[in-house]
Design a protein around this ligand. Structure first.
Ligand code: FPP
Length: 273
């Protein structure tokens, strides 16, 4: 069977389901030198602190400074979306003191930064299982989202109590409920529909994934959404991830040929046509 380039490129949902003009979108996605969406696992805070004979929480505090830096850099460069993995569903297994201090740090950072983010036109959202944040933190998250909802600048998604498997599971559960309610037939469930029920469904998929701290794994982050993302791993510890380190990641991204399952020849054909 001969398949057209459009049908071969199907997994790129943005171009497939929402934007119609597939050829144009696909060609621009293939030749894009600046990512539209950057997703980061901010690893290495503990080791950063340990090297300085400081408590781990000092590393997380330094990590917040690095968060400020990356948000500023993304806004300045016109990157559309930044997703940060702040706390995974597995991080609850850490010593209770560290979990408590991390939650305090999240709350204090949120309270301190939200006005500045709003002034800078940043649209903030939190992704993950919110049921764990029923108290003040949950309220502050909802308030920050409501305040910044209509902002048109950088979209900043903070993953808290997030897991990629949880994300896919909650999408499956919502689809199953629709089938049970008679709103949807099981046969109608396809990849596009699953994608539409995941976190970040309304945003472009990540173009560039960065993990600091030397480990080379995705650790249950955005499992579905990373299917065609360029992966970048660096030994730099998160608190040391400055503008220069980000430039190196962006340069690596710009040097890659993205294929979305096509052959190199097909990519060149699309880019020249
Ligand atoms: C991983 O380093 C980092 C975390 C689990 C927490 C990340 C949180 C922050 C940077 C601060 C809060 C974030 C926001 C968005 C305000 P690690 O502790 O696993 O480091 P290690 O591998 O060296 O032990």
């Amino acid at each position: 069977m001969v398949r057209s380039i459009e049908s071969i490129t199907e997994p790129h949902y943005q171009s497939m389901s929402k934007h119609g003009a597939q050829g144009t979108i696909q060609a621009s996605a293939l030749s894009r030198k600046l990512p539209r969406h950057v997703a980061i696992i901010m690893d290495g805070n503990g080791r950063w602190a340990k090297r300085r004979f400081m408590p781990r929480i000092a590393g997380h505090r330094a990590g917040v400074e690095a968060v400020r830096g990356i948000v500023r850099a993304c806004a300045r460069k016109g990157i559309e979306v930044l997703t940060l993995f702040a706390f995974s569903s597995e991080n609850w297994r850490r010593p209770p003191e560290e979990v408590g201090l991390l939650m305090e740090l999240l709350l204090s950072s949120l309270q301190r930064e939200v006005t500045k983010l709003h002034e800078n036109d940043v649209c903030l959202r939190f992704i993950g299982d919110r049921s764990a944040f029923a108290g003040t933190l949950g309220e502050k998250m909802a308030e920050a989202e409501a305040l910044t909802r209509d902002n048109r600048g950088l979209k900043l998604a903070i993953a808290v109590n997030y897991g990629g498997r949880w994300d896919i599971t909650q999408a499956a559960r919502r689809l199953a409920l629709k089938v049970a309610a008679g709103e949807l037939s099981a046969e109608a469930i396809d990849e596009v529909l699953v994608q539409e029920h995941l976190c970040l469904a309304d945003l472009p998929e990540p173009d560039l994934f960065i993990r600091t701290g030397g480990e080379q794994r995705v650790s249950n982050f955005l499992l579905w959404q990373l299917a065609y993302t360029e992966l970048y791993f660096t030994d730099t510890l998160w608190p040391d991830f400055d503008d220069q380190a980000f430039e190196a990641a962006l340069a690596s991204f710009a040097s890659r040929q993205r294929r979305f399952g096509l052959t190199g020849e097909q990519v060149e054909q699309l880019q020249s046509g």
